[in-house]
Write a protein that binds this ligand. Sequence first.
Ligand SMILES: *[C@@H]1O[C@H](CO)[C@@H](O)[C@H](O)[C@H]1NC(C)=O
Ligand SMILES: *[C@@H]1O[C@H](CO)[C@@H](O)[C@H](O)[C@H]1NC(C)=O
Ligand SMILES: *[C@@H]1O[C@H](CO)[C@@H](O)[C@H](O)[C@H]1NC(C)=O
Ligand SMILES: *[C@@H]1O[C@H](CO)[C@@H](O)[C@H](O)[C@H]1NC(C)=O
Ligand SMILES: *[C@@H]1O[C@H](CO)[C@@H](O)[C@H](O)[C@H]1NC(C)=O
Length: 464
Amino acid sequence: MDTPTTARSRQCSFMRTCKSGLSLWLVVWLVLGKPGPSAACPHLCVCYPTPMTVSCQAQNFTSVPVGVPYDSQRVFLQNNRITELRVGSFGFGTQVLWLFSNNITWIEAGSFSELRDLEELDLGDNSHLRRLEGGAFRGLEKLQSLHMHRCKLTALPHDLFHKLYSLQFLYLQENQLHFLQDDLFSDLINLSQLFLHGNRIRTLSENVFRGLVNLDRLLLHDNRVRQVNRRAFRDLGRLTMLFLFNNSLAELPGQALRDTQGIEFLRLNGNPWSCGCEALPLWEWFRGARVSSSELLCSSPSPRRGMDLRFLREMDFALCPLPDPGTLAGSTTRTFSTKTRWWFSKHKPQSQTKAVFEKSSETIKAFPFPQGKNSPPIVSSTNVKYELGEEEAALPKLDAEEYWANYENEDAGTTLRCFELECPPDFDGLPPNSSSTPTSSPSLSLLLALSLLAVSINLHLIFG
Ligand SMILES: *[C@@H]1O[C@H](CO)[C@@H](O)[C@H](O)[C@H]1NC(C)=O
Ligand SMILES: *[C@@H]1O[C@H](CO)[C@@H](O)[C@H](O)[C@H]1NC(C)=O
Ligand SMILES: *[C@@H]1O[C@H](CO)[C@@H](O)[C@H](O)[C@H]1NC(C)=O
Ligand SMILES: *[C@@H]1O[C@H](CO)[C@@H](O)[C@H](O)[C@H]1NC(C)=O
Ligand SMILES: *[C@@H]1O[C@H](CO)[C@@H](O)[C@H](O)[C@H]1NC(C)=O
């Protein structure tokens, strides 16, 4: 608990004398930041000036304490036992509001609607929060970061995220979501990172991600996805990272991946891939893609079990029916080379140490959490130093760095492959800059037909 007593001892050590500790502390407190009479600090809370911060964590509060000054910029209420949030609980000046690790079961519609300046709202680890009302986040038009991980959410109302135009980070992982409604995210034009892993999602419909035109990272691993609509990623042209590992996918439409033109990091392992003719569109996509990818082990048919879908040969698809030309209209075409040579980027995802906090405003830069082990004292946006309670600094708040820490070694064993005898002897690991880039050609089906012809001639030569 951060009480005036610990604040005083902190001040004492700072001044290296405690002889007249109490009176000295009082003087400093009066000079630095005596709040006005209307802004007294609530009982059991600690308040700091510049930016105006009210810290009430771990005090067994069962409701939002009364008397939180309306102009507090940062309000910390985590690790209490708050059960409900109601309209009028919060004032207008708050930019950062932490309510994680409480026992919130109900949020009244409009609870935050007076927080016009709110930029970060953390409701994570409220393990009894199963449902939300559609208007729960009404009015949060400046919200940049919304944390709702590890609650028990089973579904989300279709209008939950309406008008959250500024939202950049949405943390919904480790809930029990089994279904995402069409257009759930359609107002989130500024969303950059969407965390949905560790839920029970089964299908990705055509319009589920509609509107996410600035999405950079989409994490869907550890779900039960078995079906992805071929246009499910239609608006995700700026996506660079897609994680679908540990799901139930046997197939993935090639078109879905073609819509993510900027994809750099792809993880599709831990799925029961079917490697018969149904794998052709995905295999084809990999031929032209320059992407750092996990392995894709085949589960069926049995002769191909354990093979990597990406490295099947053209011959493996020789007996497959030609794709219906109608379904290929407008898609990228590419030549079939006789060599099968693959290049996968050696890059690993950068650990995004600074992702959340530096993209945000001045106030958020002044967060009281260390960004690294030996980070310097926190300096607020107006350059006034203030000290943190040890408990506060030690709180187990997840930050972006931790999210990405688990994803290193992304590509162990998957750097560069050169499969056939045609690989040049001096093949040195540099990307072949011409062979794997898609080239346009007049007719894919003509080329397909020609290559199949070539393959069957080969087969004739081999098997008589
Ligand atoms: C909160 O409640 C727990 C369990 O009843 C108790 O151990 C702890 O001391 C209380 N904390 C405060 C700050 O009162
Ligand atoms: C949280 O709330 C639920 C139901 O509302 C209750 O059963 C549970 O005991 C509460 N947990 C704590 C730690 O207060
Ligand atoms: C999207 O984010 C940018 C940069 O943060 C901001 O300038 C812009 O106003 C946002 N868009 C909307 C509609 O809020
Ligand atoms: C896959 O997801 C399940 C839960 O959906 C989890 O229990 C399991 O540990 C995950 N496996 C891997 C390899 O991540
Ligand atoms: C590959 O790139 C290098 C330099 O980027 C260039 O000099 C070379 O001509 C390119 N090779 C082909 C086959 O395009």
